[in-house]
Design a protein around this ligand. Structure first.
Ligand code: SAH
Length: 464
């Protein structure tokens, strides 16, 4: 982050701008929303600027800026749209200690003005560090459409009521009150009877919340999907929005944790292969402990919580503590990985079933299972299969599998650093070692990426 976003109090402070054309107008329209003392230097000011000066909204000096003109200014905009003049005025302002922005000159600017969505007192600032103005505009348009015009009014009225709401205990109870106000009662009252109705509603709502019971703890076992935040379900998003505590594993990406409610406590229960990690008992104990304190606990697991997720142990613990719970399914790594290679998990006349295996614990996999899997056309999605690749290869070949059976390993499925390794049963262990995969990886036995598959089919047809 090269630019740190802050909201600056400009009330009564001096802001100076040099320029009288389009660029100056664009900045002034924004600056006039503030309570800053504005001074504009322009030899040929646009009529709008003259009008604002007449209305007393800014001070207009009809001359070029000179040394001493930016004394005590906090911010300065060089908006003459002329490189030499901008450099000259910026130097004056810098010497006077103002922070300087040169319009359309990111390099020499000390600050930049973000795109703004204005629902005063709610303000959303969007910046791309100059990288993608188009993107900033698109995001702004999106937010403009999504945030109701009345939001600012609701926030303004709500602000005056904050003190009264202190009768509710800090934390969850107060939060529930405010979300009820902003998302239910407030907008409804505004539609029905405008600002007056909103004010009346606040008191009624507070009484209702004062008399409400203390919420009971609850545990949501939520699937976080394979890593791409867009592959979260809407229910997962909602659970993250309302969580008091999020207990997540190592597979959950930073981008997804960012979506958790800001006040939520994030606990990393990541079970690293090596190094310090929490035992399953400790994790279950932690979940129960927070639940019993009345928290809305989200137990966030990579992929789908029901796939190699030790979900049952945790549910048993939560049940034993008498807490309520529910499961939010997620997209499992096999689904994301098969999407990445353009194949189907099942396909008519190829495989009518698919096995989900874990390379971590192959004890339960008996000889007859290996034999069945070794038949032509079978497909298995192998989780945690990197370390046991050689073992799996050995078993399959021993039970008669074709050494040329396609095997595809998808690392970091759905994430920006996704990689696909297309190999065969024969070459699997060596290719895995050579590739040096470090991220979570799913191994497909019996599937090649669609493009590679097309090549193989062509080759087979030629042979036939
Ligand atoms: N519950 C998870 C699986 C947990 S086991 C799910 O449904 O996906 C952990 C294993 O899942 C990893 O060792 C890896 O084999 C696989 N995995 C998880 N996320 C993955 C991803 N983004 N890409 C590839 N494999 C992944």
């Amino acid at each position: 982050m090269k630019h740190f976003p802050i909201f600056m109090a400009l009330e009564g402070r001096r802001v100076v701008l040099s320029g009288g054309g389009e660029a100056a107008l664009a900045k002034l329209r924004l600056l006039l929303k503030t309570e800053a003392r504005l001074t504009v230097f322009a030899t040929a000011p646009a009529p709008e600027i003259e009008a604002w000066a007449e209305e007393g909204r800014l001070t207009l000096e009809r001359r070029a800026m000179a040394p001493g003109d930016t004394t005590c200014a906090v911010l300065f905009y060089a908006a003459d749209e002329d490189d030499a003049e901008d450099a000259r005025t910026a130097a004056i302002a810098r010497a006077d200690g103002a922070i300087v922005n040169i319009v359309d000159n990111l390099e020499d600017s000390q600050f930049i003005t973000p795109a703004i969505v204005d629902r005063d007192p709610v303000t959303v600032a969007i910046g791309t560090e100059g990288a993608a103005p188009v993107l900033a505009r698109a995001i702004k348009a999106d937010l403009e459409a999504r945030l109701p015009a009345t939001l600012g009014t609701l926030a303004r009225i709500g602000k005056g009521f904050r003190k009264a709401v202190e009768v509710l205990p800090f934390g969850r109870r107060r939060r529930d009150f405010w979300s009820d106000y902003y998302f239910n009662a407030g907008p409804r009252a505004m539609d029905d009877g405008g600002e007056g109705a909103v004010k009346d509603t606040l008191q009624t709502l507070l009484t209702k919340h004062e008399n409400a019971d203390t919420p009971e703890g609850h545990v949501a076992f939520v699937g976080a999907g394979p890593g791409d935040p867009e592959l979260l379900t809407l229910k997962a998003r909602k659970a993250l929005d309302t969580a008091d505590v999020v207990i997540h594993d190592r597979l959950v990406t930073k981008d997804i944790l960012e979506l958790a409610r800001r006040e939520a406590v994030l606990i990393d229960a990541g079970k690293e292969g090596f190094g310090p990690s929490m035992s399953q008992e400790e994790i279950s104990r932690l979940i129960v402990e927070h639940g019993l304190q009345g928290a809305q606990v989200v137990r966030l697991k990579g992929g789908d919580p029901t796939v190699f997720g030790r979900l049952d142990e945790e549910i048993d613990a939560v049940d034993a503590a008498g807490l309520t719970w529910h499961v939010v399914p997620g997209i499992t790594a096999a689904s994301a990985s098969v999407a990445a290679i353009g194949q189907s998990l099942t396909k008519r006349e190829r495989n009518s079933s698919v096995r989900y295996l874990t390379g971590h614990d192959m004890k339960g996999f008996a000889d007859h299972d290996w034999k069945a899997l070794a038949r032509t056309g079978e497909v298995a999605a192998i989780y945690m299969g990197k370390k046991s690749a050689r073992f799996i290869q050995g078993r399959l070949i021993m039970h008669g599998a074709d050494r040329a059976t396609p095997v595809t390993v998808v690392e970091n499925a759905s994430r920006p650093d996704q990689r696909v390794l297309s190999t065969t049963l024969e070459r699997l262990p060596q290719d895995l070692t050579d590739a040096g995969l470090t991220g979570p990886a799913l191994t497909f036995y019996g599937l090649a990426p669609r493009a590679a598959q097309a090549e193989i089919s062509k080759f087979e047809q030629e042979l036939a």
